[in-house]
Design a protein around this ligand. Structure first.
Ligand SMILES: Nc1ncnc2c1ncn2[C@@H]1O[C@H](COP(=O)(O)OP(=O)(O)OP(=O)(O)O)[C@@H](O)[C@H]1O
Ligand SMILES: [Mg+2]
Length: 379
């Protein structure tokens, strides 16, 4: 059944992928539980979540490899199940690349064109064009095993794109690469996707990758979609404590709500009153119930124990437990006894102009009340 009424037709034209109330049950495992989202044409969407959250299962259903237990998936308005696999215009790159090792880079890229019976005379030009696109011009005659890991990734991308698919599906294709190469390839993905305007769904458990490459992020946990938002929205206004914890380095202070005034919340933890606010469209906790106050490591300022933290509304005393040098920043781990021995992580990006603290030092921490986002407790 097509569900677009006549008045919806124009809007439906712009939606490339529509996932409607999709579930996949394996025995008693709800691998995907009632997932729904729409992806407009030309956008880059990332499905982000921890291991086992259902990302691959959802992507395989979108690719048409597996049928959902319930619900339906539409690609360009057509149910995926209505189109036989070899007619689906979907390019795919998986973690295991499945390139043909005995063929050259050019032969690998030509393969989907031959399979689709493109005019043989047009194939060399297309292959050359896509080799250029992934910055492998001149490497066409190399065998796969004569290429580096990153170069092989590029061949796989070119092979997925060469037949001009409507949809590109990526399942953690960068997971095996070292960090520097992975970060370069993330930028490559973004560049190529923008250049071609191909609608893309990428799966990853790497929050940084999701923030860097995506127009939209779908965050999953335990088979359920927790939030769909643009990167800035997912970071700044997480929908719940799970999202706040999964993206960014976040401290949680557990407490009980004592006052509510619009978006403003006061909660008590270990006898101390703290202020915060309800994030974006997150669900507000009721007075008297347990809540979690979430505070990003970069939103906390640190000073010596009698230092001034001018203008900050919330100030607590703590003791340095650990001090981790990460190059571009220092991460302090601070035990805050007055908040019931809560361990807080604090970034110091400005090492040069700050006092350095070491384990055992007494310090003060301060933050703005608006930066403390309060969620219903998930414990
Ligand atoms: N064919 C299957 N039969 C039974 N259970 C399965 C099957 N495929 C996946 N599962 C289960 O469904 C859940 C989701 O798995 P899925 O592979 O989608 O997770 P994922 O988010 O891709 O994880 P990862 O990041 O580790 O790849 C897991 O609990 C997994 O064990
Ligand atoms: Mg997976």
């Amino acid at each position: 059944m097509m569900d677009a009424s006549a008045s919806d037709l124009h809007a439906a034209d712009e939606i490339a992928v529509s996932v409607k109330n999709v579930s996949m049950v394996f025995g008693d495992v709800h691998a995907v539980d009632n997932a729904s989202f729409d992806l407009p044409k030309g956008k880059f969407l990332t499905i982000l979540g921890p291991s086992g959250s259902g990302k691959t299962t959802l992507l395989r259903m979108i690719a048409g490899f597996d049928m959902p237990t319930r619900g339906e998936i539409f690609i360009n308005g057509q149910p995926v199940s209505a189109v036989p696999p070899h007619k689906r215009a979907i390019g795919m790159v998986f973690q295991k690349l499945a390139l043909f090792p005995h063929m050259t880079a050019a032969e690998n890229i030509a393969f989907p064109l031959k399979m689709r019976r493109h005019d043989a005379r047009t194939i060399p030009d297309k292959v050359a064009h896509y080799l250029e696109l992934v910055r492998l011009g001149g490497y066409g005659d190399r065998r796969i095993n004569e290429l580096s890991g990153g170069q092989q990734q590029r061949v796989a991308i070119a092979r997925a794109l060469v037949f001009e698919p409507d949809l590109l599906l990526l399942d953690e294709p960068l997971a095996a690469l070292d960090r520097k190469l992975r970060e370069e390839m993330q930028l490559e993905f973004r560049r190529i996707q923008k250049e071609l305007g191909v609608t893309t769904i990428n799966v990853t458990h790497d929050q940084r990758e999701a923030l860097v490459v995506s127009d939209e992020i779908v965050i999953m946990n335990d088979g359920e979609i927790q939030q769909k938002a643009a990167p800035v929205g997912a970071y700044r206004t997480p929908a719940n404590a799970f999202v706040a914890n999964f993206i960014g380095v976040t401290n949680f202070v557990e407490g009980k709500v004592t006052e509510l005034a619009g978006q403003q919340v006061t909660f008590e933890t270990n006898g101390v009153a703290l202020s915060g606010r309800i994030a974006g469209n997150a669900e507000a906790p009721d007075i008297g119930v347990n809540c979690s106050g979430a505070l990003r490591a970069e939103q906390i300022r640190i000073s010596s124990k009698d230092g001034r933290l001018d203008g900050l509304e919330s100030i607590v005393q703590g003791r340095v437990v650990d001090c981790i040098f990460e190059g571009e920043r220092v991460v302090y781990e601070i035990l805050v006894a007055e908040l019931g021995d809560t361990l807080m992580r604090v970034f110091d990006h400005d090492q040069e102009s700050h006092l350095q603290f070491g384990p055992g030092d007494d310090v003060r921490l301060g933050w703005n009340a608006r930066d403390m986002q309060v969620f219903k407790s998930d414990r």
